[in-house]
Design a protein around this ligand. Structure first.
Ligand SMILES: Cc1ncc(COP(=O)(O)O)c(C=O)c1O
Length: 378
């Protein structure tokens, strides 16, 4: 696909003129190309029966696309049914007795998965450590790591939309001989994330949020070849189709895989990724940050409490609300789709949004301030 302007990109979202979809932190909006790809998958099934060659080409295309996005080799990318599965594959494969540090801003899956490893590994949750804020608590946790240990943290916090300042923690863990696994689900698609720049050893993301695909497809990048998978399935074999003895696992990240990839989600992701890749990634990211700042300004004028730290914006602003579910229902009634989480309503921007969309949201907020928490005077 040729390079697209943001307005040309917007035209691929048939609902964009009527409804403002601000929920990509939860589920991205549907584009015409993804809808067509979903139908194409169904048609291939109806017309061809069981065209596994075609379908395996689709999942290999997904792997190659994600490798291109992250700037890594295809052999370093595994396909997973969900980001939680991919996180679990790495956590459950860490050597017994090693430490794992889990950052307080992680998605709850990382915390549940950490609990499940407590019998095998020493699990440190940064939220349990002293410190004035999450950055300080993370520094405390990192100071306790050593050779062979793992730090897991998100690139962007799902609750606040804050882009974490990773560089210090990554360098410190590496200096101590440990590894870093980054959960990029809340960033990938709108934050140009290249593994080499991030310097991490592992990266997890999935396709149904800012990557604009559907559920059922997530990705794991893992750099090292020496971690033995805890639960490989037939797709982890060096040659899955051979079903041969002696059993041998693939050498790359595919050795973590389990069963048949979700083919329909691969069709959706491939179409979405082609569309998204037609945008300049820096322009897209700057556009989203500008809209987040515009919304922050509007909230500030209305005296509403925002939870996203200034200067750490990615593409989402979290606005505190005493009843986020109700606020989101009211918003939806006005054609504004947002996402309730914790004590906040999350508003997530993407390349399709315009200043007009922001104005529409701004005027709705000014008519409904009581659905949100007001800032207390300092
Ligand atoms: C940062 C982050 N990690 C992981 C997940 C879980 O993804 P999945 O449902 O694919 O396991 C989410 C979902 O919201 C998320 O935001």
């Amino acid at each position: 696909m040729d390079d697209l302007s943001l307005l040309e990109f917007r035209r691929h979202f048939p609902e964009a003129e009527g409804r403002v979809h601000l929920a990509s932190c939860s589920k991205g909006p549907l584009s015409d190309v993804v809808e067509a790809a979903a139908l194409q998958y169904l048609r291939s099934w109806r017309e061809l029966g069981a065209p596994w060659e075609l379908w395996s080409a689709a999942w290999e295309e997904s792997r190659a696309r994600m490798a291109g996005r992250l700037g890594v080799l295809s052999s370093q990318v595994a396909l997973a049914p969900s980001a939680s599965s991919a996180l679990g594959w790495i956590l459950a494969s860490r050597p017994a007795g090693s430490k794992m540090v889990i950052d307080a801003r992680s998605f709850p899956s990382a915390l549940h998965l950490g609990d499940a490893q407590r019998a095998r590994c020493q699990v440190i949750y940064s939220e349990d450590l002293p410190g004035d804020d999450d950055d300080q608590r993370l520094a405390e946790a990192v100071a306790r790591t050593g050779p062979g240990d793992l730090l897991t943290l998100p690139e962007v916090c799902f609750r606040t939309g804050a882009l974490l300042d990773l560089a210090g923690a990554v360098a410190e863990v590496h200096a101590r001989g440990g590894a870093v696994l980054l959960d990029g689900y809340q960033a990938c698609g709108v934050v140009p994330s290249q593994v080499a720049e991030l310097g991490v050893d592992g990266y997890v993301t999935g396709s149904h949020k800012y990557l604009l695909g559907s559920e059922g497809l997530a990705f794991l990048y893992w750099k090292d070849r020496d971690l033995a998978p805890s639960s490989p399935g037939w797709m982890a074999a060096a040659d899955p189709q051979a079903m041969a003895k002696p059993r041998r696992l693939a050498e790359g990240a595919r050795r973590f895989e389990q069963g048949t990839p979700t083919v329909s989600a691969c069709y959706a992701f491939n179409a979405a990724d082609q569309l998204l890749s037609a945008l300049d990634p820096q322009l897209l990211s700057a556009h989203c940050r500008e809209l987040v700042r515009g919304l922050r300004e509007a909230c500030s004028e209305l005296g509403l409490l925002t939870l996203t730290p200034p200067g750490r914006e990615a593409a989402m602003l979290a606005v505190a609300s005493p009843d986020p579910q109700r606020a989101c229902q009211e918003l939806a009634g006005a054609g504004l789709i947002a996402s309730p989480r914790g004590g906040a309503v999350r508003f997530a921007f993407h390349g399709l949004h315009t200043a007009g969309d922001l104005d529409r949201l701004r005027s709705w907020l000014s008519a409904h301030p009581s659905l949100f928490e007001v800032r207390r005077a300092a």
